[in-house]
Design a protein around this ligand. Sequence first.
Ligand SMILES: Nc1ncnc2c1ncn2[C@@H]1O[C@H](COP(=O)(O)OP(=O)(O)OP(=O)(O)O)[C@@H](O)[C@H]1O
Length: 293
Amino acid sequence: MITVIGSINMDLAVQMGVFPKQGETILGKEFQTIPGGKGANQAVAAARLGSEVAMIGCVGSDSFGETLRTVLQQEHIQTGAITSTSVPTGIANILIYNNDNRIIVVPGANYELKPAHIEAAKEIIQKSQMVIMQLEIPTETTAYAIKLCKEANVPVLLNPAPATNFDVQWMEDITYITPNETECAEIFGDDFDQVLEKYPNKMIITLGSDGARYFDGEYPIHVPGYMTKVVDTTGAGDTFNGALAFALIEGQSLDQAVYFANIAASLSVEKFSAQGGMPTLGSVYGRMAGVGE
Ligand SMILES: Nc1ncnc2c1ncn2[C@@H]1O[C@H](COP(=O)(O)OP(=O)(O)OP(=O)(O)O)[C@@H](O)[C@H]1O
């Protein structure tokens, strides 16, 4: 079983023909509410591949919170450890004009996820084969969860986004870390060869369409991405992380697991929205076998 500790958001996306100027009101073209939040996205990615998944998080006692809980349940994700609070559900307000996105995130209820909630969900964590975390919740909560996982001997896969919430002291206690290039440069510096050598078989840097790289203790390993036609890359990283965790607890080697995660993420970029494009196990194996290519 995989437990995901993290954010649950409703994305409010408005397509427009022009951005409004200060004080101006304009008519938008289209409005969509799209389930998101890195935590929820990574939980859906792992669940759709067939993992048993439990989510620990916090939503508001409002309609977005209810909807998001239902969306997770429809993906067969256990939601018993998702707390409802009086603070509104986290949202991302996304303004889209051509290829330009302007995004405002209001963490809301996500920042109400406290160490006490992690403690209350201890039993779920203790029986997990892996815990996935990102950094869209309070730093003290992340720190507490990492400590609890260490005590319970449960491997942690940490996706350090946003990088500003990362604490380098966690490196000793986590099992895998999956920054993208920007996050890696921000946290560890931009000499990626050196950084990877420092954390063999632990750090996997994702490289967008180029795939991912890590250091196996002896050699630098580059696992190329799968070239495909991109519709929307939102959630590519989340799919990669959910799929990586799935493959690792299935017993795949790191090399195989990164390859698997690249394939899963390549399928996700072919469809609109983060969760919308996340593949099933069958479609990942189909692509690996070259079926329908
Ligand atoms: N254009 C693409 N074509 C194929 N695979 C892609 C593409 N972009 C991303 N991927 C896959 O997704 C993984 C994660 O992408 P990336 O390194 O951009 O992470 P990210 O910045 O966290 O993603 P995002 O924020 O867009 O979800 C890559 O390692 C790769 O497997």
